[in-house]
Design a protein around this ligand. Sequence first.
Ligand code: 2AM
Length: 189
Amino acid sequence: MRLFVAVLPPERVVAELDGRVDDLKRLPDAGALRWTERAGWHLTLAFLGEVDDAVVADLGARLGRAAWRTAPFALALRGGGRFGDRALWAGVAGEAAALRLLAERVSAAGRRAGAGPGVDAGRGFHPHLTLARGRGEVGLRPFVEGLGGFSGAEWEVGELVLVRSHLPRAGLQGARPRYEPLSTWPLRT
Ligand code: 2AM
């Protein structure tokens, strides 16, 4: 199954961001972008890719230990950025170093469980919450500017979540992946 590990912002933070995204959707060319569903908004700690069913239990035990070794920390969504003209995202503020450390622990847990070694190697860790994807023909700069000054409420990250990604059937126009949270582990309290 296709898996990734994420931090999920609480509903009040999602609602705030959604308000700003509503404004972005009124900009010219917004209709040409594929907007992610707010129900699935997340900050990816590590993308594991296709993982064998046989290793999921061991992966879970290791993720639980990674969570247990990490103290809860404060995070907020702030501003935005883009990966070329392919992805528009909201950025983070607050204890970003703690988020990075957690991402490293989670990646190590994935590697040790044999869940797709090196799948993150190409991308590095760049904390972001993807809001929309484009094919490169729409310039994302105005959308990034529209996120400028966005500063969401701070929350305490208290858990990590293993999420299964169900890809839409090939050729289904406009269809988006469905994200299914499988398990949650609390950070050390
Ligand atoms: P993205 O939002 O920037 O595309 C589920 O696909 C999550 O894992 C997304 O947040 C996605 O980031 C992230 N991810 C990281 N590396 C990925 C990869 N190689 N393929 C697909 N998703 C990846």
